[in-house]
Design a protein. Structure first.
Length: 281
């Protein structure tokens, strides 16, 4: 039934489950549609899944921190049936977005069909027959933004055959997520300029790659402007990002609460990493 109303990595082998895959019906909306798709459940109880968003030409949806305007996607998933007491949902993971500008508005999101991976899990050996219910709220926009609220149901049955196509498509959604930092692609240093209210990042980029964009996500109330960048004499890419803080905030949120998604264009195409920012005093 379907009614309108925070990087993980798996290798291909990790998706070699033998259990079923399933999907909800599409919820049709102005400008597109949404549905929930699951891959094959793994032996440890992990159920890779994705929220699939179909966008018609000219329509867009938003990233987790949409910028000047927009509605970030929200999904809550619950399970009913035998073994549902062990069910856990880790929330959405999002691929690197694009930046859009309309007049004075600047926001981050997607203008092509996109899939947001989810990690769902039950205890190993738990009964395979479950009903998942996903409560979804997001925005699909063109000249105006349409708030979309939907409930998506997926019925999992242990005697259903696996759908290799769904499992492969879920695997592709996870593969499209930003990777973890590595020695040749990382944030070498992060600082906050209190006087100028700017975040300063020194980035190590892969050989032959140039910076495409930097997107920051933080707790509600923080707003970040478009990044400016230059390459210094040591080969590091120096980035400055103006930050607007909530009225009562004396600094930036601590403990890696700000996450950076950094995308680059290299000889083999686009790639991205995601990492929490740890600021030097």
């Amino acid at each position: 039934m379907a009614t309108l109303s925070a990087v993980f990595f798996f290798s291909c082998a990790a998706f070699a489950g033998t259990a079923f895959a399933a999907r909800s019906a599409w919820v049709e909306t102005v400008g597109g549609g949404i549905r929930l798709v699951t891959g094959a459940r793994l032996d440890d109880g992990t159920l890779p899944a994705m929220l699939e968003i179909r966008l018609e030409p000219g329509w867009r949806t938003y990233w987790s921190d949409p910028g000047s305007s927009g509605i970030p996607p929200e999904v809550t998933i619950t399970a009913t049936g035998p073994g549902s007491e062990s069910f856990v949902s880790s929330g959405l993971r999002l691929p690197a977005p694009k930046r859009f500008a309309e007049g004075d508005l600047d926001y981050a999101g997607y203008d092509q069909p996109v899939a947001f991976p989810l990690f769902l899990k039950t205890a190993p050996g738990a009964p395979e027959a479950l009903t998942l219910e996903a409560s979804v709220f997001l925005g699909i926009c063109k000249s105006i933004c349409i708030p979309v609220q939907a409930t998506l149901d997926v019925r999992l049955s242990g005697d259903a055959s696996d759908n290799p196509l769904d499992t492969a498509r879920v695997r592709s959604a996870f593969a499209a997520l930003p990777a973890a930092p590595r020695p040749d692609f990382a944030v070498a240093e992060a600082r906050f300029d209190e006087a100028g209210s700017e975040i300063a990042l020194a980035l190590t980029l892969p050989h032959g790659a140039t910076l495409s964009d930097v997107f920051l996500a933080a707790p509600s109330g923080y707003v970040f402007r478009r990044a400016t960048s230059r390459v210094d004499a040591a080969g590091l890419t120096q980035v400055r990002i103006a930050a607007k803080r909530p009225a009562k905030a004396s600094g930036l949120p601590a403990g890696g609460a700000i996450r950076a998604t950094i995308s680059v264009k290299g000889p083999s195409g686009m790639s991205a990493i995601e990492t929490p920012l740890v600021f030097k005093p």
